[in-house]
Design a protein around this ligand. Structure first.
Ligand SMILES: [Cu+2]
Length: 513
């Protein structure tokens, strides 16, 4: 064996040490740079600014606080509700009792049902040992009522109360949930339905029922890929609803958890009459399809009870443990007697229903166009090397905002994972507005116009969506998969000259993720 001369060994050794020192320094700097300051103000041009040593924000003279963006005086009928957040032991079936965070002691929380045009007043009374808020998912509330801790309010401390007030402008199936420590509080039970009925009934249904899909995580300290059991309302086995032969049913399905579900309706043909609360035009009858529903989305179905037997909604999800656990909602008498039908085709909204005129189309003139590239990759986030979920290669709080003026028509091209990264879907939710879906993978929708507040974008997919900027404020645009939101996939939609007096971070204790 030929020995290297001493001088060569020395050079090799020094080079190795240099590589280690430089490499280590680069990693150290990257880790340090990713540390999120303990006080972040999300006002214009202050994204990511460290507010920890600043006594108060100094907004420009012509800007207003978003706290002024409330519902105006109105003679609308007032509907008042109290939601008390409290711990409760809930029997979820199969001999299993869980310690939940609840609204009014139930899973889901008390259903709020109002009519279009009502002034909705909700008193949140916090009897939990932790601070909390309520966000009205899918409802275009005034900015100050949006319930985002550190952006539109301070989180409500234990023992304190807070009042939300907004006009229920749009008919549909919506839901509410905590937007403070959402990653912990939503899975523990802080969710419920809010239904806005039309003032005058357009179609009569004999029954109007709501099923919230959720998952119960067996491991409390688990944030991703946790073992979990599927729930329908408060049960992991089955829930029952009264219905007689020939009666018509309006069924509202809410994905009020953190998981993709694939429910199937067995026993009667049905129609999907709305998505995310927004009606579909001339929907056609369906049978034997899986309804893919991503976290935070809603499906409204209609069906007529058959002459004999019952109708069953049977749920399925990839990560349920055990894999054959399928909770059911049974309409009519008798026990559920179905097995989950595997390998059915998936419902596809991009070809369903019938085209009709829509205020926003691909031919509209767009004042603002924006491109969002979503990805899932390893990197530094808040000082740790972990999975990160960037938008355009940036993570919260460093993603530049989308800036709009009131009245702008805004088009967004959203794509997932065109380049590097893991093939993971995302569920993009825009607060205070809703998307018109224009095209999927570059292909215009061929069925009914579709309006969503939460858009699922799987790996390799793209969507073109648009919205009218008609609700001034500072609004979150984020992935509703809670671990993704908590690891970077969160940005802002901003109207000009509006600031927030609140901050996100450990200094204030406000943590909307
Ligand atoms: Cu995501």
């Amino acid at each position: 064996m030929k020995h290297l001369p001493g001088r060569t060994l020395k050079i090799v050794g020094l080079t190795l040490i240099m590589i280690l020192v430089v490499g280590g320094s680069v990693l150290y700097v990257a880790a340090r740079r990713s540390v999120i300051p303990d006080g972040i103000n999300m006002s214009s041009d202050m994204n990511g600014m460290d507010m920890s040593n600043i006594a108060m924000t100094t907004p420009s003279a012509n800007s207003i606080s978003l706290t002024a963006l409330v519902a105006g005086e109105s003679d609308a009928p007032v509907k008042t509700f109290t939601l008390t957040t409290q711990t409760a032991k809930i029997d979820i079936g199969n001999g299993k009792t869980v310690d939940a965070y609840t609204y009014n002691g139930t899973l889901p929380g008390s259903e709020i049902r109002v009519q279009q045009g009502d002034m909705v007043v909700v008193n949140l009374v916090n009897k939990l040992p932790v601070s909390t808020t309520i966000h009205w998912h899918g409802i275009s509330v005034p900015n100050a009522e949006d319930g985002v801790a550190g952006l539109t309010q301070d989180a409500v401390q234990p023992g304190k109360s807070y009042t939300y007030r907004f006009i229920a402008k749009d008919v549909g199936t919506y839901w509410y949930h905590s937007h403070q420590d959402t990653l912990e509080q939503l899975p523990l039970g802080l969710y419920g339905a809010i239904i806005v009925e039309p003032k005058v009934e357009a179609v009569h249904y004999d029954h109007d029922y709501t099923v919230a899909l959720h998952e119960w995580r067996d491991s409390g300290d688990c944030a991703q890929d946790c073992p979990e059991v599927l729930m329908m309302n408060d049960r992991i086995d089955h829930v029952s609803f009264a219905a007689k032969a020939g009666e018509s049913i309006h069924l509202r399905i809410i994905a009020a958890g953190d998981e993709f579900h694939y429910p199937v309706l067995v026993g009667a043909p049905f129609k999907v009459i709305a998505l995310d609360g927004h009606d579909l035009n001339a929907p056609t009858e369906l049978n034997n399809v899986e309804l893919p529903i991503g976290t935070a989305q809603r499906y409204d179905l209609s069906f007529v009870m058959p002459e004999h037997g019952n109708v069953t909604l049977i749920d399925g999800a990839n990560r349920a443990v055990p894999g054959n656990q399928h909770p059911t909602a049974v309409f009519g008498d008798g026990q559920p007697n179905v097995t989950y039908p595997d390998n059915l085709p998936l419902f596809d909204f991009s070809t369903y229903g019938t085209p009709t005129a829509d205020p926003i189309t691909l031919d509209s003139h767009f004042n603002v166009q924006f491109s969002m590239e979503l990805s899932s990759q390893l990197g530094f986030y808040n000082g740790h090397f972990t999975m990160t979920f960037p938008i355009n290669n940036q993570t919260y709080p460093n993603i530049p905002s989308i800036k709009v003026n009131q009245g702008d028509l805004v088009k967004i091209h959203v794509s997932n994972n065109a380049g590097v990264g893991f093939p993971i879907p995302h569920a993009m939710h825009l607060h205070g507005h809703f998307f018109t879906v224009l095209a999927h993978n570059g292909k215009p929708l061929s069925g009914s116009p579709v309006h969503l507040d939460t858009l699922i974008v799987s790996s390799g997919e793209s969507y073109d969506v648009a919205f009218l900027a008609d609700n001034p404020g500072l609004w979150m645009l984020h992935c509703h998969i809670l671990a993704h939101d908590a690891q970077g996939m969160d940005m802002m939609l901003e109207y000009p000259n509006i600031y927030t007096p609140y901050t996100i971070g450990t200094a204030s204790g406000n943590n909307p993720f």
